[in-house]
Design a protein around this ligand. Structure first.
Ligand code: PLP
Length: 424
């Protein structure tokens, strides 16, 4: 696809929206309003996704069951609470390209990351290092450092960073390959965000899994910016474990429940240590109250507590939309929409703006990160006065996520018209 295929005038955005097979989904979400009653131009679905209109009804169903059935609600009602998380299993598996056995919705992202690290980071005297990407999200950095410390190791000597080359901002896969070849004997774990939160760079999971596995290294992925954004194939790519949150691209609301993937080949490794709780115990025998823990096979065996049903209700509302649309269709629109955004940003008016995100569709999700340097915060303020919602990351980066479920070509066009006025 070449830029020249896009026309840069307003009429073209209108035409693209009219031809968009996913256009009806925009109506299924609430947009905050500006003072004059118009929708804001919402470009932070990578931070907090919009509310699906049907979320309220799903929450009401739980509240009503609680009101009228109380404890019986665990077993009866349209969606009984005892198996409630299972109503999410199939759609979650399709979302990340997994088998149902490999996924579970539970806890929140960093908690799940800790549960996975307990089980999959098993350092020995010789093989103990952890590779992360330079500029990883702080919570991921804290999490891995804390596991080094739990094992009595010094994080400084334990954590290796995959870094950009001098004067570059993006990471080069050949450098990771070299690092793994040079240090493979001492590396126990590679943990990466599949899309870096700051630059928007996406990494080739299958290739990295292969590199890691040739040296008996576990490969874990943080999908915070990948779930609901990229078309994932975690099973086929042979990722060992993955964790994600559901309040960003998955539109399940603030602090929504997270997800967790454990590859099938680890499904019955019961000798692998884990933190144990009764909800991970063999379902059939859970209420026999036996003293000895017997984990369920697969990702469900990492559950600890009986889960919070109310936030699962909003996630169920959202996952039904993803299931209906399908990630392949969503990604098709997403590539087009982001490419259109990029084409508009290549106009002369934007020559002072640097796009940090790679321009190859395979190497990015929907979001583009723009480098503004010192003027970043001021530009953000101006945009916000004109009804644009985006976000700022130190130092000097504005992130814009045209989300294919609810953003239109018109949104992107209007954003660029406003942006033009403030980049001089
Ligand atoms: C958003 C995000 C998180 C947030 O973690 P929570 O536990 O959900 O608060 C962690 N890691 C990455 C890469 C993120 O983008």
């Amino acid at each position: 696809m070449k830029e020249t295929q896009f026309e840069l005038g307003a009429a073209y955005a209108t035409k693209m929206d009219a031809a968009d097979p996913l256009k009806k989904y925009r109506e299924q979400f609430y947009f905050p309003k500006q003072k004059d009653g118009r929708n804001v131009l919402y470009f932070v679905g990578n931070s907090l996704g919009l509310q699906p209109k049907k979320a309220r009804a799903y929450v009401d169903e739980v509240l009503n069951d609680w009101e009228t059935l109380a404890v019986e609600g665990h077993q009866v009602g349209k969606h009984p609470w005892y198996p409630y998380h299972e109503f999410l299993t199939d759609s979650t598996a399709r979302l990340v390209g997994a088998k149902p056995l490999e996924v579970v919705v539970m806890n929140t992202l960093t908690v799940n990351l800790h549960l996975m690290l307990i089980s999959f980071y098993r350092p020995t005297k010789k093989k103990y290092k952890i590779v992360i990407e330079a500029g990883a999200f702080p919570s991921d950095q804290y999490a891995v450092a804390s596991h080094a410390k739990l094992h009595g190791l010094d994080p400084k000597e334990t954590i290796l960073e995959w870094r950009p080359r001098p004067n570059e901002t993006l990471l080069n896969i050949r450098d990771l390959e070299e690092l793994i070849q040079a240090e493979g004997d001492s590396i126990a774990l590679v943990l990466l965000g599949d899309v870096n939160y700051r630059t928007g760079q996406a990494f080739p999971l299958k290739e990295i899994a292969t590199l890691a596995h040739t040296q008996q290294i576990i490969f874990g992925v943080d999908l915070a910016h990948g779930a609901g954004n990229l078309e994932l194939q975690l099973h086929d790519d042979k990722v060992d474990f993955a964790v994600w949150c559901s309040y960003k691209y998955l539109n399940a609301g603030p602090g929504a429940l997270g997800g967790c993937f454990v590859h099938e080949r680890h499904a019955e490794e019961f000798s692998r240590p884990r933190l144990e709780g009764w909800w991970g115990h063999d379902k059939v025998k859970r209420f026999l109250m036996e003293p000895e823990f017997r984990p369920m096979a697969g990702a469900e065996g990492w559950q600890l507590s009986n889960p919070p049903i109310l936030p699962m209700a909003t996630l169920r509302a959202s996952m039904e939309i993803f299931d209906e649309v399908g990630m392949a269709n969503l990604r098709r629109k997403s590539e087009l929409l982001t490419h259109y955004f990029e084409a508009l940003l290549k106009q002369d008016e934007f020559k002072l703006v640097k796009i940090l995100t790679p321009s190859t569709p395979k190497e990015r999700g929907c979001a583009l990160s723009l480098e503004f340097g010192k003027t970043g915060k001021a530009v953000m303020k101006k945009l916000s006065e004109e009804g644009v919602v985006c976000d700022y990351r130190e130092p000097g980066v504005l992130r814009f996520a045209p989300v294919p479920l609810y953003n239109s070509f018109q949104d992107v066009f209007e954003l660029c018209e406003i942006l033009k006025k403030h980049v001089k």
